[in-house]
Structures are given as structure tokens and as C-alpha cells.
Write a protein that binds this ligand. Structure first.
Ligand code: MF3
Ligand code: CO
Length: 247
């Protein structure tokens, strides 16, 4: 069963999402060529704690850092470390926040200085694909209407959709039911109801959709090593339509 949240729960989820959005902005301010990704990790921890919340990824299934930093061909779960950000990179930040036991999750991909037109298009299409999915997150839609609209938008624009990772329900845990693939036929899966809270997160590739893992056991990269982008928001389904919590 997909959990339904009441107004009291939604209030705390709103607060969690606001904290996440604020920390994300703080991280973006410090990102520049020459910065090591471990500095982003330290800032994620510092800024989140300052807001009275915890980084939800730290220690989750053994994940060793506070934030995921995935660069260029890295799709998701890049582990921050000594790597230095360079002009021309595209960099994905994925952050989960736990505020008083209420979880939100969001990701963005940002350009580092001047990037190629192809990478700019990849970023623009991935972000727009997320919003195509969010448009379907309304009472009366089927879950797979979200999946289908993301896939259709990405593929019409010449990109491919990662299959191995999916969006998810969220709220009192980082990952709850249901799984939300970024591909599939419309009109399938559960009907969406007011009070459901979902993390929708398209991961879109320039070339093949296929992924493989680096030796650290975490970081997923594209099989052809062409760039990948990732955007994610946590949202609540309400009587008035989707309410994005992580803006
Ligand atoms: N946004 C990703 C997800 O929902 C990030 C999880 S990273 C992990 O799966 F480290 F916590 F696993
Ligand atoms: Co997520």
C-alpha cells in the first residue's frame, strides 16, 4: 500500500523540503572550477545540521557520504572525494534530508562554466522531463502516466532513459512504496490519491540507456561513458494538484 499523509505530516514534510531547497542553494553557491567534491560534502553536512536536520543518505545501506556528486558520465551515487570540479563538467547533486523523521529528496544537474550545446540540451531536457512527470502527479492519474510522460519527452528529444534506477514513494522513510520507473506504458499501476508523497527522479543519458557500476560498488556510470543528467523533486499529491515540497 502507498501511504497517505495527513495535514500534520505534510506540514513537517514541507519544512523538510524547504530545508533541502535551502541547502541545495547553498551548495550551488560554492560550486566552481577548482573545488574538490569532498568540499561539497562537508558543506552539505554543515548546512543541513545548521537547519536542525540530518543528511538522509549518510550511512544509508552503507553509503559513505552526505550527498551524491555525479559528474559527466556518472549517472547517480557519485561519492564525493578528492576529485576536482572542472570547467565544462556537468555536475549532479543529489541530497536527502531527514527533519524530525520526515524525509525529502531532490537532485539537480548544473553546468560548470561553459559547457557544450549537447550537454546544455541534456540538462534542459532532463529538467523538463521531470516537470512533464510532475504534471501527471494528480488525483485520478495512474502511476505509470508519470513514467510514460517522462520517457516520451526524453526520447522525442533524442535522449535515453536509465532503467536501473527509479523514483519512489517517500515520507517517513527515504524509500517507500511505490517504485516509479521513468519509462513505461500509460494507464497502469495504482491510481494516485491525495496525500501520496512521491520522489520523481528522471536520469537521462546522451547515448545508451545502459549503466554499469564503478569499482566502489556505488557509482553508476553510462556504459558508453557519454554524459548523463538527473533531476528530482519530492512532491505531495493534493486536491489542488501536485505540490512540490523541495522548491
Ligand atoms: N535519490 C537517490 C535515491 O532515491 C539517492 C539515494 S543515495 C543513497 O535512491 F546513498 F542513499 F543510497
Ligand atoms: Co530519490
Amino acid at each position: 500500500m502507498i501511504p497517505l499523509r495527513n495535514e500534520a505530516d505534510l506540514q513537517l514534510l514541507r519544512k523538510s523540503g524547504k530545508i533541502l531547497a535551502k541547502v541545495m542553494l547553498g551548495l550551488q553557491e560554492l560550486i566552481a572550477p577548482g573545488v574538490a567534491t569532498k568540499e561539497i560534502d562537508a558543506a552539505a553536512q554543515r548546512l543541513t545540521l545548521k537547519e536542525g536536520a540530518l543528511c538522509a543518505f549518510k550511512g544509508y545501506k552503507g553509503y559513505p557520504a552526505s550527498v551524491c556528486v555525479s559528474i559527466n558520465e556518472e549517472i547517480v551515487h557519485g561519492i564525493p572525494g578528492e576529485r576536482v570540479i572542472r570547467q565544462g563538467d556537468i555536475l549532479s547533486l543529489d541530497l536527502g534530508v531527514n527533519y524530525k523523521g520526515y524525509f525529502t529528496d531532490a537532485a539537480i544537474t548544473i553546468p560548470i562554466g561553459k559547457i557544450t550545446p549537447s550537454n546544455q540540451k541534456l540538462i534542459d531536457v532532463t529538467k523538463a522531463a521531470l516537470f512533464e512527470g510532475i504534471k501527471q502527479a494528480k488525483i485520478g492519474s495512474h502511476l505509470s502516466d508519470i513514467s510514460h510522460s517522462i520517457q516520451e519527452y526524453a526520447e522525442i528529444n533524442g535522449f535515453s532513459v536509465v532503467r536501473q534506477f527509479v523514483g519512489h514513494g517517500i515520507g517517513k522513510n527515504l524509500h517507500e512504496e511505490p517504485e516509479i520507473p521513468n519509462f513505461g506504458l500509460p494507464g497502469a499501476g495504482p491510481l494516485l490519491k491525495s496525500g501520496m508523497v512521491l520522489a520523481i527522479e528522471p536520469m537521462i543519458n546522451t547515448g545508451t540507456w545502459e549503466a554499469e557500476f564503478l569499482n566502489n560498488g556505488w557509482t553508476a556510470v553510462t556504459k558508453d561513458r557519454l554524459p548523463s543528467a538527473h533531476f528530482e523533486h519530492t512532491l505531495a499529491i493534493t486536491d489542488k494538484g501536485p505540490e512540490i515540497l523541495t522548491l
